[in-house]
Design a protein around this ligand. Structure first.
Ligand SMILES: *[C@@H]1O[C@H](CO)[C@@H](O)[C@H](O)[C@H]1NC(C)=O
Ligand SMILES: *[C@@H]1O[C@H](CO)[C@@H](O)[C@H](O)[C@H]1NC(C)=O
Length: 188
């Protein structure tokens, strides 16, 4: 969920959310999926959906391990703390018309979300953007900051904040997530 792990968390918290959709089409130029693989932490998040406003202060970081899936897309295995338990969920992102563009279909909610890697240097961070494109949650919009490490440099926070503002998110809809006290050890 966030995005991907967080996208998943969002869908779990509330299947249907109300925000206004806005098209977002850019993607990291020459995106190289193989360099995007491996472990990421979702450390920053922005969404102006109502579930997010309610839950943003109880969310914590989650860990996603990204592997290639058979259809050329991505398999995100995410671990996060929920109700004081570690949970693991798998999300399969299908390729969607070009490197860096994916779709996620939630069988549970009957919704489809687009997920794009807007910018990444592969080694430190990735900026992702997601929105609902079909079914419930169609108005869902979310920006996620992925980091290779749990601790964030100030410049990365600034980068994410300006990215979110450029996407139309207000300052108070941006959060940097705390590390949970279990589930996602840096060493694992
Ligand atoms: C996704 O990755 C997990 C962890 O590596 C694996 O257990 C699972 O079988 C994979 N699922 C698919 C459909 O590739
Ligand atoms: C969410 O953001 C969009 C784009 O900035 C805006 O048009 C919409 O009104 C916002 N929705 C809410 C519930 O604040």
């Amino acid at each position: 969920m966030a995005i991907l792990c967080m996208l998943w968390v969002g869908l779990v918290l509330l299947g249907v959310v109300q925000t206004q959709a806005q098209g977002q089409d850019s993607v990291q130029p020459n995106f190289q999926q193989d360099k995007f693989l491996g472990r990421w932490f979702s450390v920053g998040l922005a969404s102006n959906s109502s579930w997010f406003r309610e839950k943003k202060n109880v969310l914590s970081m989650c860990k996603s391990v990204v592997t290639p899936s058979e259809d050329g897309g991505l398999n995100l295995t995410s671990t996060f703390l929920r109700k004081n338990q570690c949970e693991t969920r798998i999300m399969l992102l299908q390729p969607a018309g070009g490197p860096g563009y994916y779709n996620y279909h939630s069988p549970r909610w009957g919704s489809t979300h687009s997920v794009s890697v807007v910018e990444t240097n592969y080694k430190e961070y990735a900026l992702l953007y997601s929105e609902g494109i079909q079914g419930p949650g169609q108005d869902f919009r979310m920006a996620t900051l992925y980091s290779r490490t749990q601790t964030l440099k100030a410049e990365l926070k600034k980068k994410f904040t300006s990215f979110c503002k450029a996407q139309g998110f207000t300052e108070d809809s941006i959060v940097f997530l705390p590390q949970p006290d279990k589930c996602i050890n840096e060493q694992e």
